[in-house]
Write a protein that binds this ligand. Sequence first.
Ligand code: SF4
Length: 315
Amino acid sequence: MSKILTSETWEKLRASGARTVALQFPEGLKRRAPETAAALKEAGYTVIISGDPCYGACDLATDALALADVLIHFGHAPVDDRPGVIYEQVTFDFDPEIAERAISLLDQGRPVGLVTTVQHAHLTDAVAAVLEARGFAVVVGDGNARTPCRGQVLGCSYASARSAGTSQYLYVGTGVFHAIGVGLATGARVVALDPYTGRAEEADASRLMRRRFVQIEKARQAKTVGIILSTKSGQRREDLARHLASLSPAADIICMREVSPDSLLNLGYDCYVNTACPRLAYDDQVRFPVPVLSPPEYEIVRGIRDWDDYIIDEI
Ligand code: SF4
C-alpha cells in the first residue's frame, strides 16, 4: 500500500464503489504518481493520472474526473464541495521546537497569532505549546470554506489570520509570500519562520509595494485592458471580472485556463487585470511583458480606490 494514501482515503475509496480512479498531484508531488498508481492497480482499480500543472485545490482535474468514477486530489485541503473528489492533504513534519528560533523576533507581552500552510497545519498545536512554554499567549484563528484547517492561510485567503485578530503573527512555512500577505491583510507585524532551516525573519512588504506602485503607474498609460477570467474551478470570479470590465470601455474580458507570458504577449493588450489566482500578479509580474494588476490595483488606476486603501487580493 502506498504511503501517500492514508487508510482514511482507502476507506473513502471503498465506500464510493469506484472502479476507475483519477489522480491529481501538485508539481512537488507528481513523482509519487507511479508508486501511487501501482498500489491502486494492485488493489484492483483502473487508474488515470492528470499530467496537467496543478497549484491548488482551486484547479481540480475535471477532465480526468470525467474519465473516472472519483478523483483523488493530493496536497491541498478542499476549496469547494464538488462531488466525486477525495482530498488527500499530505502532511510534512518538522520539529516544533524550531519555533524557539523565532522567539527573539517576537514582542513579549503581546499575543501571537499563529498561521501556517495546510502541509504543516497538523503541528499548529505543538508549535503553540512551544511558544506558550516561553510565556506567549497564542491565538490560532479559524479559517473559512477555502481554508478549513485552523490557522491555515493560502496565497488567496488570510481569513484565519484576520480571525486571530492579533497585532503580531508567526507564520511557519517556506518562503515569505504568505507572511507578507498576512501583513498586508491584517496590517500587523509578521515573523516568518522556515520550519526546515530554522531561519526566522520579519516579513517586509515594502519591496513588493514599490514594485506594485511601478506597475500601477505604468498601467495608467494603457489604452487597452484585458480582464483575465480563469476557467479553473476555484478561481473563476465572473462577477468581479464583469465589474472590472464595466469600469472602462477599453476593457475586454478574456477567459483562459493557463495564464502564460506568451499568451498575454500574443493577445497584445497594454495591460491586464488578473481575477485568477492572486499570486499571478504578485509573484509572476517579472515574467509578463506588460503590467498585470490585481483587481484592487485596477480600481486605483480607475480612481475608485485610494492608495491608502490598498488591499491584497483574496478570493
Ligand atoms: S487561487 Fe492560487 S493561492 Fe489560491 S489555492 Fe489556488 S493556486 Fe493557491
